[in-house]
Design a protein around this ligand. Structure first.
Ligand SMILES: C[S@@+](CC[C@H](N)C(=O)[O-])C[C@H]1O[C@@H](n2cnc3c(N)ncnc32)[C@H](O)[C@@H]1O
Length: 233
């Protein structure tokens, strides 16, 4: 049994994926994180966004594992990380739930971050070719604005059954509600699930299922992952 097989315990899979990503991504986490943060925030002016909209943070492997387990990942689920940054949650999900996830996608508005994530996915694919007993779901990382009013984004959302968004910096509204994102994500099919970390959807078209406390390294003392299901309008 390989450590990413579903039969391995979640703890075993977390430890294995942490070790794999540390070796595949190369640089020490803190250094890579600082670079990604700088790359993201430096892009604000050219994208017409404020630096505060692009403040960088990452979910670690353990948080991704706990959140996806709480969302009851099922065989055939199609995963999307909205605002995928350096690609860590997408790469982690592909290995943690290799048997269940049909595809793991990420979309990122900052072109240089999307390019870094693509490069990280390429490194993981090379590692997987050298370690053929280790399973991973297919990975696809792309550049794009989740709020863009275009067919490609709508198709991506329609094809996603389980989305994750670490939205620490996406809302400064009271109670951190995300009205614009709530509307954009309504392109998802009824029954699809969305996990929003540290923000809330507006509940028209969404049913709140519950909260999970997680402890990613970037948010002290903890973050709150909220699970929603798309319901008929
Ligand atoms: C808090 S970081 C999370 C990064 C990644 N999900 C992780 O957990 O490692 C939020 C990311 O969302 C991206 N982002 C912000 N607005 C976006 C938008 N409208 N469409 C796509 N990505 C966006 C930012 O550039 C940043 O990389």
């Amino acid at each position: 049994m390989t450590p990413t097989a579903t039969e391995a315990s979640l703890e075993e899979r977390i430890a294995f994926v942490e070790a794999t990503l540390a070796s595949v991504l190369g640089e020490a986490r803190a250094e890579r994180h600082r670079t990604a943060q700088h790359v993201g925030e430096a892009a604000a002016a050219s994208l017409g966004m404020s630096a505060s909209q692009l403040v960088y943070g990452e979910l670690d492997v353990r948080s991704v594992a706990r959140v996806l387990e709480a969302a009851n990942v099922e065989v055939g689920d199609r995963f999307l990380d909205i605002g995928s940054g350096d690609g860590v949650p997408t790469l982690a999900a592909a290995q943690l739930f290799a048997r269940e996830l049909e595809i793991c996608r990420g979309i990122e508005v900052v072109p240089a971050l999307a390019a870094r994530a693509t490069e990280h996915a390429e490194r993981l694919r090379a590692w997987l070719r050298a370690n053929p007993s280790v399973a991973a779901a297919p990975i696809a990382l792309s550049e794009g604005d989740i709020y863009a009013d275009d067919d490609a984004i709508r198709a991506l959302l329609r094809e996603t059954s389980l989305a994750l968004c670490f939205a620490t910096t996406w809302s400064h509204a009271p109670r951190r509600v995300l009205p614009e994102l709530s509307v954009a994500l309504r392109a998802m099919e009824v029954g699809a699930r969305v996990v929003i970390v540290d923000a809330r959807l507006v509940e028209a078209g969404w049913r709140w299922e519950g909260d999970l406390r997680i402890t990613p390294p970037d948010t002290a003392p903890h973050s709150t992952a909220r699970l929603y299901t798309r319901v008929a309008d």
